[in-house]
Design a protein around this ligand. Structure first.
Ligand SMILES: Nc1ncnc2c1ncn2[C@@H]1O[C@H](COP(=O)(O)OP(=O)(O)O)[C@@H](O)[C@H]1O
Ligand SMILES: [Mg+2]
Length: 609
């Protein structure tokens, strides 16, 4: 925990001087604030026509005030004095707020920039984490890490360095002023107040806690709603609307009951604490009044100034008391934040020199892979791909096809065996250089919220001619030219939305422009209608030529021309050969073919011959 603090404060260090300035301003502001309350004394005195600052011989604060402003305040008639006091109060309030504003501005600046540094650090680090990390962690969680946890962790700094300091400075200033006004009364207050707080706070915490727990049941409500909404098709097709409505109503009613019960407890916290604190206040006032009327140790106006200031002391003290709890929340966030930052990044993904594309072969040597220990997904995969070959992977869904191709750019590493390129283990090749050899087109082409140009030339700067050439080869020129601003049209969430086939062609153009010697197509055509499939098919043919290609296709017609077909079943390589060979062999590939071409509604495909 302490190490988390230390690491957090490393983010603050560049702003240390700004913070020091902010703290100084806070001190100034707190002193002026307390001072403006002391002005109540001459105000009351002039209001009641008493002699102004007559008690200068008894209280040091009055003496100070008398030294500075005594002459001015006493000049003229009582009305003039009253006006002068008011002017003084106004001036003090103005200065106090000015300094407070400046202090807050500085702290906000520091906070936002500390948070920015944290956010940028964690985001940058995420880019370099291995793919396996993202498989384990939900995207929503990661976004929370980047945006929410940094904000919450930052509040350690908000609280510790600004709020708490400000409250502490205010409290210390007030107490000092109170002591100067009447040390006896201050001592009484300082003894009774904390005593009651110590007794009261555990009770209050229990009461408030019950509310927090009930609030968790809201999650239940949310998950019911989410389930139904995301499965609305199912609900409707089963005519289960009424059933769902009732299920939600039941949970909803339970939640409401719990909330009422919890509130019955938590709402009592306020009244209880107010009753008790009024009790202390009354005791104090009674003692004070006794000092005024009985012993004459205190004048009425000083007493009133004292009580006013004591009341103002309550809120900073309360805030200070809550500090540990809020600190704990944010330190938890800080720890989650550092957990991401400490996750091992991939071995430097930057390019170290270039690596030649394979000239002899890419070979899998008895490769095993498992995502979770003890549950193999690939077993003893052994095959060779020669440069320029199109290698097709077929097999039922879940057979491990995508996993197999993920091994090539080292999104994941084999847990057994090895993969070599021209005899060299992939793990010996600098990661960035290895990946620069590959292009990937998959089922879901990611379209960024950016221009067509940036989407096609993703990650590089290319000339307009190059981009158009790629777009043309990808059969995407027609629709891109029809977009309102051509290559400069914004795509994505808040821009123009593309159809599935159009997205896919943008993805293919991206791959063509990158011109990789090695290409991976993972179900690139599986979610398309027949019409755009033909366009894409033609674009793909163009993309395939002159490269080594690993293609996974749902529709077997798209791969019948492959040089080599590998059939996977349950993580094992069960057949390998050309279409003709495998079809004749009558094994799993034959079964898959027959199934697909016999199936009604298979998109009117012709069995390849
Ligand atoms: N990130 C992952 N973590 C754990 N298991 C996974 C992960 N990705 C895929 N799998 C499992 O590995 C097996 C093979 O998946 P995959 O390679 O996607 O099959 P295919 O592409 O042939 O449909 C499946 O059983 C799948 O559940
Ligand atoms: Mg797959």
């Amino acid at each position: 925990m302490w190490s988390s603090y230390a690491r957090l404060f490393r983010y603050v260090r560049p702003f240390a001087w700004l913070l020091v300035a902010a703290i100084l301003l806070m001190v100034v502001s707190a002193v002026i604030d307390a001072f403006s309350l002391v002005l109540l004394i001459p105000f009351l005195q002039s209001l009641f026509g008493m002699q102004i600052l007559a008690g200068a011989d008894t209280s040091s604060l009055e003496r100070l005030l008398d030294g500075w402003f005594g002459g001015w305040l006493r000049s003229g008639d009582p009305l003039d004095s009253l006006r002068n006091v008011c002017l003084l109060v106004l001036g003090a309030l103005f200065l106090k707020n000015l300094t407070l504003y400046a202090a807050r501005l500085l702290t906000v600046y520091v906070q936002e920039h500390v948070e920015r540094h944290m956010r940028d650090d964690v985001y940058g680090h995420l880019q370099y984490l291995p793919l396996s990390y993202f498989g384990r962690t939900k995207v929503g969680q990661l976004i929370t890490r980047v945006l929410n946890d940094t904000r919450e962790a930052r509040s350690v700094i908000t609280f510790a360095l600004t709020d708490v300091l400000r409250q502490a400075v205010t409290a210390v200033t007030y107490v000092t002023f109170l002591l100067l006004l009447s040390w006896r009364l201050t001592l009484v207050a300082l003894v009774t107040g904390p005593l009651v707080a110590v007794v009261l706070s555990p009770i209050l915490r229990r009461l408030k806690g019950s509310y927090g727990k009930a609030f968790q049941h809201r999650g239940e409500l949310m998950s019911v709603a989410q389930e139904t909404m995301s499965g609305i098709r199912l609900v409707k097709s089963f005519g289960a609307e009424e059933h769902e409505r009732e299920r939600f109503n039941r949970t909803s009613r339970r939640y409401a009951r719990r909330m009422v019960k919890a509130n019955a407890l938590s709402q009592s916290a306020g009244p209880i604490s107010e009753t008790l604190s009024s009790l202390i206040a009354l005791v104090l006032i009674w003692i004070g009044a006794y000092m005024v009327l009985g012993t004459g140790a205190l004048t009425a106006e000083v007493f009133i100034a004292f009580v006013t200031m004591a009341v103002r002391l309550v809120s900073p003290v309360k805030a200070l008391a809550q500090f540990p709890a809020s600190l704990q929340l944010s330190i938890a966030a800080a720890e989650r934040f550092f957990e991401v930052l400490d996750a091992r990044a991939e071995p430097a993904a930057e390019k170290v020199g270039t690596v030649r594309p394979p000239r002899e072969s890419i070979r899998f040597h008895e490769v095993d892979f498992e995502y979770e220990p003890g549950r193999p997904v690939l077993r003893g995969i052994d095959f060779e791909a020669r440069p320029g070959e199109v290698v097709a992977l077929v097999g039922p869904s879940g057979a491990g096809k995508s996993t197999l191709v993920d091994l090539l750019p080292r999104f994941i590493d084999p847990t057994g065996g090895r993969i070599t390129m021209d005899g060299r283990d992939l793990r010996e090749i600098p990661l960035g250089s290895l990946r620069s050899l590959f292009g990937v087109v998959s089922q879901e082409t990611v379209i960024f919220h950016d221009t067509v140009r940036a989407n096609v030339s993703y990650g590089t700067e290319r000339s307009e001619d190059d981009i158009y050439a790629a777009v043309r080869a990808a059969n995407a020129e027609d629709f891109i030219r029809e977009l309102p601003e051509g290559l400069d049209t914004l795509l994505g969430d808040r821009g123009v939305r593309l159809s599935g086939g159009q997205r896919q062609r943008v993805g293919i153009a991206r791959a063509i422009l990158r011109d990789p010697p090695l290409l991976i197509l993972d179900e690139a055509t599986s979610s398309l209608d027949t019409e755009s499939e033909q366009l894409i098919q033609a674009a793909l043919e163009r993309l395939l030529t002159g490269r080594t290609v690993f293609v996974i296709a749902h529709r077997l017609s798209t791969i019948s021309g492959a040089d080599r077909i590998l059939a996977l079943e349950d993580g094992r390589l069960v057949e390998s050969g050309t279409h003709a060979e495998l079809y004749a062999a009558g094994g799993i590939y034959r079964r898959l073919c027959d199934l697909q071409f016999a199936a009604p509604g298979s998109g009117g495909q012709q069995a390849p011959s």
